[in-house]
Design a protein around this ligand. Structure first.
Ligand code: FCB
Length: 450
């Protein structure tokens, strides 16, 4: 029987993001973000939901930190809202916004939890969107200026910084297919937005090297692509899908060039990039953050624009409530692939988790979520397997600490290990939280059984 023991010093935590949990988006002098606007535009978010209250974490953060401590976590990944700190995106600093994160970081450290901070988790200041947002080349210096303000305020207490969360989702959802803020659907804009996201990442890493004392990295979502058949058309489609979603970001960041397939996919919409941009993008990193949820089995499909690759449903396999196949082996495969393609950088699994149906109210103080328990068990085992195979994995963050605002799906999908009753804001740790606490307490031994 395999015995699961994780290394000493491994980070065990949960992840969240600002707009998804904080609520009070305009409190204490904050400016609106593009998500504030998007959610307040009728018809864009399921059931008209928005982040006005969310989990009320902005006011209840102490309770949430105490919960994490009770569950035995030693780290917490959260994001900072740019427009709380700089209401206009650039220029004047809103000290009260910054103070919220100072209080949060202090509370975490007081509870023995290490803060892992993401600078950008999708909530671009609306004022910057008015100036072109990710389509304006100046966004790289806007982002670096914002990052500098935050580094100066918090680097004494924060040792792991991530620049961006999932640039692919920002571009694919925000600029190509339009399901996420700012809701554009434009083939020509998408590669420009991606490129400026990566330039902004590079500029923020440079700024960190000038001022920071600790470690900085990037968080990407990787969905490994497996061909539906060995037919040349399916193999080519799989290659394109992988380039589009996975290599489009890590290749320039680590290897200094975009994958060849990008031109195949975007045709005339793929711009020429000045070589100096690639130098800015390719900054040495201290770690990579991996968000892993599922895999994709791909086949060629003429109708699927613009990648011409369509997902093939896997009969008899389990799927989550968001329609994502449960495929733990993909986590091991992805970690090995990252090590082999990009070098053995330290990696954190910065998100991993599953939405399954849970009732709106926790009956008798209990929420039984066996499917989520089994998801975490199998994925933690898969992560452990990657360590055995030589991956320098340093930590694991469950998505998410709390049920929360799942973007254009509103509150319809619950990802939390802690249940939130949105009527009362009552928090109830689910069975998956108890299970995770056992894993943490035993440094993995609780994975041996079951
Ligand atoms: C990731 C996002 C996170 C959450 C999960 C379910 O793509 O980073 O905010 O929405 O998916």
């Amino acid at each position: 029987m395999t015995s699961y023991r994780f290394p000493e010093g491994f980070l065990w935590g949960a992840a969240t993001s600002a707009y998804q949990i904080e609520g009070s988006p305009l409190a204490d002098g904050a400016g609106p973000s593009i998500w504030q606007r998007f959610t307040h535009t009728p018809g864009l978010v399921r059931d008209g939901h928005n982040g006005d209250v969310a989990c009320d974490h902005y006011r209840r953060y102490r309770e949430d930190v105490a919960l994490m401590r009770e569950l035995g976590m030693n780290a917490y990944r959260f994001s900072i809202s740019w427009s709380r700190v700089l209401p206009e995106g650039t220029g004047a600093v809103n000290q009260r916004g910054l103070d919220f994160y100072r209080r949060l970081v202090d509370e975490l450290r007081g509870a023995g939890l290490r803060p892992v901070v993401t600078l950008f988790h999708w909530d671009l200041p609306a004022a910057l969107d008015d100036r072109g947002g990710w389509l304006n080349r100046d966004v790289a210096s806007w982002f670096a200026d914002y990052a500098r303000v935050v580094y100066r305020a918090l680097d004494g207490a924060v040792e792991e910084w991530a620049t961006l969360n999932e640039p692919w989702v920002v571009t694919d959802g925000g600029y190509l297919h339009g399901a996420l803020a700012p809701g554009h659907e434009n083939l020509y804009e998408a590669p420009i937005a991606s490129h400026n996201l990566l330039r902004a990442h590079g500029a923020a890493v440079q700024a960190y090297r000038a001022e920071g004392k600790h470690r900085v990295g990037l968080v990407v979502n990787i969905e490994p692509k497996y061909p539906a058949s060995q037919e040349p058309a399916d193999l080519a489609a799989t290659r394109r899908a992988d380039a589009y979603m996975n290599r489009q970001y890590l290749d320039p960041v680590i290897l200094g060039s975009y994958p060849d397939e990008m031109r195949e996919i975007f045709g005339a919409a793929w711009p020429e990039h000045p070589p100096a941009d690639l130098d800015l993008i390719r900054q040495p990193l201290d770690f990579l953050g991996l968000n892993y949820y599922t895999r994709n089995v791909a086949r060629h499909d003429d109708e699927t624009w613009p990648v011409h690759a369509a997902p093939v449903p896997q009969l008899r396999h389990a799927y989550t409530e968001t329609g994502w196949e449960v495929f733990p082996q993909g986590l091991t495969d992805t970690l090995i692939w990252m090590k082999e393609r990009y070098g053995n950088l330290p990696i954190y699994i910065t998100e991993n988790g599953a939405a399954f149906y849970d009732p709106p109210m926790a009956e008798g103080g209990e929420v039984s979520d066996p499917l989520r328990v089994s998801y975490f068990r199998s994925h933690l085992r898969a992560a452990h397997r990657a360590i055995e195979l030589g991956v320098d994995l340093r930590g694991y963050f469950a998505w998410s600490l709390l049920d929360n605002f799942e973007w254009s799906l509103g509150y319809s999908k619950r990802f939390g290990i802690v249940h939130v009753d949105y009527e009362t804001q009552q928090r109830t740790p689910k069975a998956s939280a108890r299970f995770y606490a056992d894993v943490i307490r035993s440094r993995g031994a609780a994975l041996d059984a079951g």
